[in-house]
Design a protein around this ligand. Structure first.
Ligand SMILES: [Zn+2]
Length: 414
């Protein structure tokens, strides 16, 4: 058994002593707690839940800034996919380490991923101490043998303390009905989540209606039984009232990616409408090449501002956006985390109350959403372990150097 005590920390407006035993919050009290294996003086800090990134392509940080200012299809076909074809498993590992480093430094302890060579991303996550639900990506263009191999891997993966696996068909324009049904069957049999990009662009919507008897992407997915509380949908921009009723009825999770949607001109996530209709929502960064960072603080601010863009200042409240990035995100993935409460998994951030961006501190959540940046985060705790302290992540110089070297060789490679 190991214990970690954070003394005299500001939590929900009052000073508390927070005892973590192994990987859970054991006791939260204003009474003194005298002993623990490790003690952190919380006097300078506020404790809040960390961030749960609902949609990412971690290793894509290797392509950060490689191709910008293009529409989605041209961006994928002409720039991203040809470069991705050159990536080796070692590259994915180097990219994933850089991504996890960036996420820890900006307060994220969990991400949902969709990429290639998922075992390399899992390796980086296991080593660096955070959590992930890592997708095994499927597309029609993979050979039959390759698909069989991927489904075999999915069947054999066992979730660990911090890492689980998901079935990840890329999108309805790259994965036909047969493969989608096979993905759903595998997810059900293996007890895994299914995650997919959906209703991202007008083109996707128009093509879907042409191919599938006038059905919208959401109607089509529902018609083939793909929507459930264990279906994670990234983007969900082009949805009408009927689509939203389907999403609410099925309990599928809609992940908002504001930076990516704006950068690729995909459209505006209907945050307020989706909430009003009872849909489950979460927040994600998408990959670094359509963002171009993995910073959930920035994503929260964009989500809040975007919701207000159409003359509705009460939409996208700081509290709702913060919940999207924390508790609702954790709940979407079935994690017993996302809140600082006795019995919950011990994930937390210590915010530096001496950081100028947090002064004055009338409303901490407002400060976090509208003012803070990563420099406000001093310490990151995941699963009861400190993964960043004093803004230092062990091994970060080596991680950055390895990523730089990988990118140099990637560009030179034919
Ligand atoms: Zn994506």
């Amino acid at each position: 058994m190991s214990t970690l005590l954070i003394n005299n920390v500001l939590l929900n407006g009052s000073r508390q002593n927070v005892l973590i035993e192994n990987n859970r919050f054991k006791r939260i009290t204003s009474e003194p707690i005298l002993t623990a294996d490790e003690v952190i003086d919380g006097g300078r800090f506020a404790m809040v839940p960390p961030f749960y990134n609902g949609h990412c392509h971690a290793a894509m940080v290797l392509l950060r800034g490689f191709a910008d200012d293009l529409p989605l299809q041209a961006w994928l076909n002409d720039s991203i996919w040809p470069m991705e074809a050159k990536l080796t498993p070692e590259d994915i590992y180097a990219g994933s380490r850089l991504a996890v480093l960036e996420m820890i430094k900006s307060g994220t302890v969990f991400f949902e991923d969709m990429y290639w060579d998922e075992q390399e991303t899992a390796r980086a996550v296991e080593e660096m101490g955070i959590r992930a639900a890592i997708g095994v990506s499927l597309m029609d263009r993979q050979s039959a043998a390759e698909k069989d191999r991927l489904f075999d891997r999915l069947r054999n993966y066992k979730p660990t303390d911090r890492v689980s696996y998901t079935v990840a068909p890329h999108a309805i324009y790259t994965v036909g009905t047969d493969l989608l049904l096979r993905c759903k069957k595998a997810a059900d049999e293996n007890g895994q989540f299914l995650n997919i990009h959906l209703a991202e662009t007008m083109t996707e919507d128009a093509d879907c209606r042409k191919t599938h008897n006038g059905m919208s992407p959401v109607e089509y997915m529902d018609s083939i039984g793909l929507l459930s509380p264990k279906t994670i949908l990234a983007h969900v921009v082009h949805v009408d009232q009927h689509d939203q009723e389907i999403l609410a009825r099925t309990g599928a999770i809609c992940v908002h990616n504001p930076a990516s949607n704006m950068k690729l001109s995909s459209g505006v996530f209907k945050m307020k409408e989706l909430q009003k209709n009872g849909c489950r929502i979460a927040l994600g960064t998408d990959g670094a090449s359509s963002n171009n960072n993995l910073d959930m603080l920035e994503e929260m601010k964009l989500a809040a501002l975007l919701a207000k863009c159409y003359a509705d200042p009460e939409a996208g409240s700081a509290t709702d956006v913060f919940n999207m990035a924390t508790q609702w995100g954790a709940e979407a993935f079935g994690l017993d985390a996302g809140a600082i409460e006795e019995g919950k998994l011990a994930d937390a951030l210590l915010l530096d109350l001496n950081n100028e961006k947090l002064v004055p501190n009338y409303h901490l959540v407002s400060n976090l959403v509208y003012s803070a940046d990563a420099s406000c985060i001093d310490t990151v705790i995941c699963n009861g372990k400190v993964v960043m302290r004093g803004r230092v992540v062990p091994g970060e110089e080596d991680i950055i150097e390895q990523a730089r070297e990988t990118c140099r060789s990637l560009i030179a490679r034919k």
